[in-house]
Ligand binder design. Structure first.
Ligand SMILES: [Zn+2]
Length: 409
């Protein structure tokens, strides 16, 4: 190890600080996709890639790619540069800067038979769509989808935003099958597991699937002043009871890492002088084990049938979204773990990711792996999001060493 070049921690921290300088908001950033600070960040990365012997390009969906003509194996690495609105400085840029650092350390090294190629996937945070950049790269986005895409905050069409960024009419770059041995992405954990257990590195085993439902309650709309309580069919009350019943009954059936959440609730008509005749709730569950989700789906259906049989309202469940989990490659997991053993005293943990990441789409076209660093207090998607500088540097060293191991196998 001692004779090998390691990540330059000071350079990594300086790069992350430079990216925080575009669109600074308190101690975080406000960097929506194709905003001026986001485009400045894309240009910043484009200019850095030469330091890693990479040829830069920005494609027609805003993906920044650095490609190498060094012979040997090629490993693709990256993350994203835009942020949620008024959010943190590390969600995305950490993985891009680690990838850049790995390329700067390993690509000029003649002892490494191969190169790291760098990617910044556009719009991971979903201002215009759902993972548009990484999905475009794997060939999963049509021109029609881009035509229709609009900024969820101000309704600006994506075509207009691309034109503003000087990216209109550029071709989109798609995956070249067989070019890469795989894709590696680093990210902040966005949870508190690593911090709680005093660990430095999360070795991601899978990215959980997301299943989403609309649960519909049908009662009878009537006058709120003249309808006696005993004969009411109040869909709002049925919804509230069902919501509580889920929290009471799921724990006996769920897996150790299942999470579930109720989103928007609507009462129809939703006026205090009218008993709601219809109510709806959006409901989501996440797990990395489809068998667990199957069990919970059956329980949900059973609960709806029971509630309908007991009355006075009927309950129907509609599945809106079914997301298979993305499994991370075993060789990649082993390489991250071995690098952690060497550099971080083995303070690593294999764990699933409860959040979605670009790696879940890359994993459909090549082996993929992910590495987490601790998040202070588990906070993310907020401007206070942070990670200790020492942990950022350790993560960079583990990332570079993981890349070296994958390239020199
Ligand atoms: Zn992210």
């Amino acid at each position: 190890m001692s004779d090998r070049l390691r990540a330059d921690g000071a350079r990594v921290l300086a790069d992350l600080a430079a990216l925080r300088g575009f669109g600074t908001y308190k101690s975080g950033v406000h960097k929506p996709t194709f905003s001026e600070p986001h485009v400045q960040s894309l240009r910043w990365l484009e200019q850095r890639l030469g330091e890693a012997q990479l040829t830069p390009s920005i494609d027609g969906t805003g993906n920044v790619l650095g490609s190498s003509d060094k012979p040997g194996r090629k490993l693709l690495a990256g993350s994203h540069l835009e942020s949620q609105n008024y959010a943190g400085w590390l969600d995305g840029p950490l993985g891009v800067v680690y990838a850049l650092e790995a390329a700067r350390v390993l690509n000029p090294d003649p002892a490494v038979d191969g190169a790291v190629e760098v990617a910044a996937w556009c719009d991971e945070e979903g201002h215009f769509g759902s993972f548009l950049g990484s999905r475009s790269y794997i060939g999963d986005v049509s021109e029609t989808e881009i035509d229709a895409a609009r900024n969820r905050s101000d309704q600006e069409p994506m075509r207009a935003a691309l034109a503003r960024a000087g990216l209109a009419e550029r071709p989109r770059v798609h995956v070249e099958r067989g070019r890469h041995i795989g894709y590696l992405e680093a990210h902040i954990e966005q949870g508190e597991t690593l911090e709680r257990d005093h660990l430095k590195i999360g070795v991601v085993t899978s990215i959980v699937g997301i299943w989403q439902y609309r649960i519909i309650f049908t009662g009878e709309q009537n006058h709120a002043g003249t309808t006696r309580m005993a004969i009411r069919k109040d869909a709002g009350v049925a919804l509230a009871k069902f919501c509580v019943a889920i929290d009471e009954r799921f724990p006996a059936t769920c897996g150790p890492r299942t999470v579930w959440t109720t989103g928007r609730i609507t009462l129809d008509p939703g006026a205090p002088s009218i008993i709601p005749g219809r109510a709806e709730m959006l409901f989501q569950m996440r797990d990395d084990d489809p068998d667990v989700v199957d069990r919970l789906e059956r329980l949900l259906a059973e609960m709806a049938a029971q509630a309908t049989a007991q009355g006075p309202c009927s309950v129907a469940i509609e599945r809106l979204r079914q997301g298979a989990p993305a499994m991370m490659d075993g060789t990649f997991q082993d390489a991250i773990e071995a690098a952690s053993a060497e550099i971080a005293g083995g303070k690593s943990l294999r764990m699933p990711s409860g959040a979605g990441h670009d790696a879940q789409f890359l994993s459909t076209v090549m082996p993929a792996g992910m590495l987490f660093v601790p998040s202070i207090g588990g906070i993310s998607h907020h401007w206070t999001e942070n990670t200790d500088d020492a942990d950022i540097v350790t993560g960079a060293e583990v990332f570079v060493e993981t890349c070296r191991r994958l390239l020199t196998k």
